[in-house]
Design a protein around this ligand. Structure first.
Ligand code: KG4
Length: 340
């Protein structure tokens, strides 16, 4: 029997809807909000207002592109959290209303599970290549840096996580500090390609176990740029490619050291990455390189599934739906999700 799941994602500044039939993607529509550009970051109130404007046309477009009727939907999966409460409220309320109107179940999804399961989004025109269980996922985004052991589409265990900033925050804050713009990850990634990653050295943290820390390396860059600029006000402009390449290499070294340790400790050789920072070209190259040396099977999500999208919510919701999960209509969104 065929199952069609509509996914809805509205946790931050992208309004997205996707349709999946039996694990295969039929449509994935994303409306990225432009209203935040002048503010150097997402403005929560503007985000929720934009979601309100976008949600109906985005869902209609996803249904139309999928070539289905709205009545064909078997379940509505939606992001319950973590994220911005006002933004989540729009997607959650819409999912409830649609479920009620169609008399179909709704299924809540942890946004992070979506990122972790992004490699399971099947596409009719692409070969299927999925990690087998258990696998490790390096989950790296603007809000998270974690190593997660995934034992099934419903079972996740955090082996290590950041004790302060997320790696995406380190990219974003340092880019802002260097006057390179927001979001910092893509800008630093682009400039790093032109620079020498071995030219400058930044402090690496010494944190026990599999946890991460990124606040020290951020401070190390801050002091370095400040001191050099005092000597030469054009230092940043003259050296930005090498600074970005060296800084990015330091962040990737930190991420990879613990991931390698986790693989060694668990004996797991199936390794994936997920979240916004998994779009980073240096990280993608490095994980493949280190993986090849160690006999890992590595899986990188397509670029379009690294940033926030509803396809990943639909696939995570699809597995929950198949497992019999149903979410009551009195569910409320949550900005943080403690039960992983
Ligand atoms: O998962 P995501 O889209 O959203 C949340 O964290 O909610 O991740 C956004 C993060 C930002 O910090 C952004 O700078 C980073 O992903 N990012 C990148 C790249 N593209 C996006 N970081 C490094 N390199 C990139 N190419």
């Amino acid at each position: 029997m065929s199952h069609i799941v509509l996914g809805i994602e509205s946790s931050c500044d992208d309004t997205s809807a996707a349709v999946i039939r039996d694990g295969y993607l039929l449509s994935n529509v994303i409306a990225s909000q432009q209203v935040h550009k002048d503010f150097g970051g997402v403005v929560p109130e503007l985000a929720s207002r934009a979601h309100e404007q976008n949600i109906v046309p985005v869902v209609s477009e996803a249904v139309r592109k999928a070539g289905i009727e709205v009545a064909d939907i078997d379940a509505v999966a939606f992001t319950r959290g973590p994220g911005l409460l006002g933004s989540l409220l729009v997607g959650t309320s819409f999912a409830k209303a649609l479920g009620l109107a169609l008399d179909k179940p709704i299924v809540m999804v942890n946004h992070l599970h979506g990122h972790i399961l992004a490699n399971f989004i099947r596409q009719a025109d692409k070969p299927v290549r999925e990690p087998s269980f258990p696998y490790l996922c390096l989950l790296v985004s603007g809000g998270n840096s974690q190593i997660v052991k995934v034992s099934s589409p419903l079972e996740f265990e955090i082996l290590g996580q950041t004790i302060d900033d997320a790696v995406g925050e380190a990219f974003d804050k340092c880019s802002k500090m260097m006057g390179l713009g927001y979001p910092g990850g893509p800008v630093i990634d682009r400039l790093a390609k032109e620079g020498d990653p071995l030219r400058f050295k930044f402090a690496k943290p010494h944190i026990p176990g599999l946890d991460y820390s990124f606040s020290g390396v951020k401070t190390s860059l801050l002091y370095f740029v400040r001191d050099e600029m005092a000597k030469d006000p054009d230092f940043m402009e003259k050296n930005k490619e090498d600074i970005c390449a060296s800084f990015q290499k330091t962040l990737i070294d930190i991420l990879m050291d613990k991931l390698i340790k986790a693989a060694r400790q668990t004996g797991i050789k199936e390794v994936t990455i997920g979240g916004g920072v998994s779009a980073n070209s240096g990280l993608r190259d490095r994980i493949q390189l280190e993986g090849a040396k160690r006999g890992w099977n590595t899986y990188l999500p397509e670029f379009k599934f690294t940033t926030d999208n509803a396809a990943m919510i639909a696939i995570a919701g699809y597995y929950r739906f198949l497992a019999g999960e149903r979410t009551p209509l009195d569910v409320a969104p949550v900005s943080r999700m403690s039960d992983f």
